[in-house]
Design a protein around this ligand. Structure first.
Ligand code: NAD
Ligand code: UDP
Length: 322
C-alpha cells in the first residue's frame, strides 16, 4: 500500500484523483486550504480509514512521510487565479518549493499538475511539448502562466540537482462533475446558464477554440504518468485533441439540455488564447496505451446530469432551509 499526498485534493480534479487512488488500494492524504475546493467534494471519503484530510496552505512547509505526491494545489479558473494574482504566484512557486522539499526529504516521487497555459496564446498549432510558448509575462494571465512555468523549472532543477523523482504533465481544459457551478470556466458556465434558462455568455465572437477533456481521462493519464519509468520526467501533454469553437460548445450545450437560452456576446478578456489543441503523440507513446476515451458529447451528458441534480438538491435544501 502506497501513502499518497494529493495537494488541492478538495478541488475538482483532486477530488476525482483521491477517489480513484483510494479505489486502487492506496492510503490517501488530501491537503487543501479550501480556496476553491470544498469539503463536500470529499466528505463521502471520510469514513474510509485510509483517507486523511489536512487543512494546510502549500505556501508554507509541511512535514509528513509519503511515497508519492500529486501537486495540484492552485486555482485553475481564470476568475479565481486573477482574484489574488500574487497569492496565485506564491501558490505555484512556494507550493512547488515546499512540496519538492518534502519529496526530497522523503524520497517520494512527485507529479506536477502543469497546464497548457504554459504555451500562452500559441503560434504553433497543435501544441507539442517542445514548443516554448507565447506568454505575455505582464498580462492578466501571467500570475498563473508564469507561476506554472516557474514551477516546471523548479521541478526540472530539483530533478537534475537533487535527484528528486519528478513528473510534469501539462493539462488541457478539463471538465466534468464536481466542478463548481460558479467556477467561471466555460463548460460549467454554459451548462448552468442553459439549465436555468439564462443567456449563454460567449466572450468575444466565439471563434476561439479549446479542446475539452473529460476528467476521468485526465485522472487515467495522471496515474499512468506517475507509473512511468523514473528516467521519464516529461513534460507531457494530457488532453483530448478534438477541438471546438466556443460557439460550437454553446450549441452542443443548448441541444443537450433542451434549453431555450439565447446566446449573447460579451467582451473578450485580454490575452485570451485564440486556439488551443494538444499534440498527444508523446502521451500515447509513453503512457501505456493511454488516450482519451470520452467524447465531448458523452462527457457533457454526464456533466449536465450532475449539475441538474445539484441544482435540484440545492433548491430542495433552500426550501427546507438547511
Ligand atoms: P480547482 O480550483 O477546482 O482545485 C484547486 C484546489 O487547490 C482547490 O481545492 C483549492 O482550494 C486548492 N488550493 C488552491 N490554493 C491552495 C493553497 N495555497 N494551498 C492548498 N490548497 C490550495 O482546480 P482544478 O481544475 O481541480 O485544477 C487542479 C490542478 O490542475 C491545478 O493545479 C490546475 O492548475 C491544474 N490544471 C487544471 C486544468 C483544468 O482544466 N481543470 C487545466 C490545466 C491545469
Ligand atoms: N468563455 C466564454 N464564456 C464564459 C466563460 C469562458 O466564452 O462564460 C471563453 C473564454 O473567453 C475562453 C474559453 O471560453 O476563450 C475557455 O475559458 P475558460 O475560462 O474555461 O478556460 P481557459 O481560457 O483558461 O482555457
Amino acid at each position: 500500500m502506497k501513502r499518497i499526498l494529493v495537494t488541492g485534493g478538495a478541488g475538482f480534479v483532486g477530488s476525482h484523483l483521491c477517489e480513484r487512488l483510494l479505489r486502487e488500494g492506496n492510503e490517501v492524504i488530501c491537503m487543501d486550504n479550501y480556496f476553491t475546493g470544498r469539503k463536500s467534494k470529499i466528505v463521502h471519503l471520510m469514513d474510509n480509514p485510509y483517507f486523511e484530510l489536512i487543512r494546510h496552505d502549500v505556501t508554507l512547509p509541511y512535514f509528513l512521510e509519503v511515497d508519492e505526491i500529486y501537486n495540484l494545489a492552485c486555482p485553475a479558473s481564470p476568475v479565481h487565479y486573477q482574484h489574488n494574482p500574487i497569492k496565485t504566484i506564491k501558490t505555484s512557486v512556494l507550493g512547488a518549493i515546499n512540496m519538492l522539499g518534502l519529496a526530497k526529504r522523503t524520497n517520494a516521487k512527485i507529479l506536477q499538475a502543469s497546464t497548457s497555459e504554459v504555451y500562452g496564446d500559441p503560434e504553433m498549432h497543435p501544441q507539442p511539448e517542445y514548443y516554448w510558448g507565447h506568454v505575455n509575462p505582464i498580462g492578466i494571465r501571467s500570475c498563473y502562466d508564469e507561476g506554472k512555468r516557474c514551477a516546471e523549472s523548479l521541478f526540472v532543477n530539483y530533478h537534475e540537482s537533487n535527484d528528486v523523482l519528478v513528473k510534469i504533465i501539462r493539462i488541457f481544459n478539463t471538465y466534468g462533475p464536481k466542478m463548481e457551478p460558479d467556477d467561471g470556466r466555460v463548460v460549467s458556465n454554459f451548462i448552468n446558464q442553459a439549465l436555468q434558462g439564462q443567456d449563454i455568455t460567449i466572450y468575444g465572437d466565439g471563434t476561439q477554440t479549446r479542446s475539452f477533456q473529460y476528467v476521468s481521462d485526465l485522472v487515467d493519464g495522471m496515474i499512468k504518468m506517475m507509473a512511468t519509468e523514473d528516467s521519464f520526467i516529461g513534460p507531457i501533454n494530457i488532453g483530448n485533441p478534438v477541438e471546438f469553437t466556443m460557439l460550437e460548445l454553446a450549441h452542443n450545450v443548448i441541444e443537450l439540455t433542451g434549453s431555450s437560452s439565447k446566446i449573447i456576446h460579451m467582451p473578450l478578456p485580454s490575452d485570451d488564447p485564440t486556439q488551443r489543441q494538444p499534440d498527444i503523440s508523446l502521451a500515447k507513446e509513453m503512457l501505456n496505451g493511454w488516450e482519451p476515451k470520452i467524447s465531448l458529447r458523452e462527457g457533457l451528458i454526464e456533466t449536465i446530469s450532475y449539475f441538474d441534480e445539484l441544482m435540484k438538491t440545492n433548491s430542495i435544501n433552500k426550501l427546507l432551509n438547511v
